[in-house]
Design a protein around this ligand. Structure first.
Ligand code: G3P
Ligand code: CA
Length: 288
């Protein structure tokens, strides 16, 4: 079946629930790609901290990406690795707790850690934020959030819990759903679960699935988000030829692009957005 026909029937099956809150396209037709600050403006401030959100805001960047995981006592926190070693002082504070997995520490234990000194002395005392703290800081700056559910296989039920926190913090109302929130994951099962739990949420799959598989992805993901090294103009346009669960063309956000030449190349492919540690550099390069 043709891609659009497959996706159209999927949309029809979803019914009105998904269509009550139509999602906006990532960018206006003919416009520059969106620029998304990866883990915040993480070239300039410690990744996934409130300082990195602030830095993105200071640069005038509207979209921020993050990574969500869960503590031993069930708190959602924002951190990329499945362990605390690289981005905190956990080895000093808890020397006997190897391998220092996020899931083995309570929220209170993690809150004690310094998540800034590893990056630069000026950021000493930065903390690993909870998801609640993170979305509230993004909201404070009137920014938008590309939320990644990281390692969902380690955290059963994290999709429902993430949606609960987002709802509690006001991120599932009409305006956020329409254009201020995307939930993505490398796990297709996790993305599908988010879509099934809350069809109005815009979703993205991280990866480069074969074009032949895209009709399936178009049933539950609004975006296909590949690494830039795996991307081509042909793949980008193949993805965008499909219609996603909200009745719009599938979008492509690519990562992690930190130099002007690569940014201009992928912009030439027609991507909808570029995820970058250096959002100022990419914005300058693509005219966003
Ligand atoms: O948002 C895309 C990118 O964050 C995926 O890779 O490993 O940086 O989470 P990673
Ligand atoms: Ca990420």
């Amino acid at each position: 079946m043709h891609a659009r026909a497959v996706a159209a029937s999927t949309t029809a099956l979803l019914g009105t629930a998904a269509l009550l809150f139509p999602v906006s396209p990532a960018r206006a037709a003919g416009g520059s790609p969106l620029v998304i600050a990866h883990r915040g403006a993480s070239a300039y401030a410690p990744e996934n901290t409130l300082a990195a959100v602030d830095r993105a805001a200071g640069l005038g960047i509207r979209w921020v990406e993050n990574d969500v995981q869960r503590t031993r006592d069930g708190e959602l926190v924002v951190l990329h690795d499945d362990n605390l070693r690289r981005t905190t002082d956990v080895e000093e504070v808890y020397p006997d707790r190897a391998p220092w997995k996020v899931k083995d520490f309570t929220a209170a234990e993690i809150a004690r850690l310094d998540a800034g000194s590893w990056f630069a002395p000026a950021y000493a005392g930065a903390r690993v934020p909870t998801l609640e703290q993170f979305v509230n800081r993004v909201e404070h700056h009137h920014q938008k959030l590309l939320l990644e559910i990281k390692n969902p296989e380690l955290y059963p039920g994290i999709e429902r819990q993430t949606l609960k926190v987002l709802g509690n913090e006001g991120w599932l109302d009409r305006s956020h759903l329409a254009g201020r929130l995307i939930v993505q994951s490398f796990s297709a099962d996790s993305v599908r679960t988010v879509h099934e739990l809350k069809p109005a949420v815009k979703t993205g799959f991280l990866g480069t699935p074969p074009v032949a598989d895209l009709p399936v992805y178009a049933g539950f993901a609004d975006q296909i988000n590949p690494s830039y090294g795996s991307l081509s103009a042909a793949y980008t346009s193949s993805v965008q030829a499909f219609t996603g669960p909200h009745g719009r063309p599938l979008e492509v956000l690519t990562w992690t692009v930190d130099d002007a030449a690569t940014a201009q190349r992928v912009a030439g492919y027609g991507v909808d957005g570029i995820i970058t540690n250096k959002p100022d550099v990419v914005r300058e390069a693509v005219g966003g």
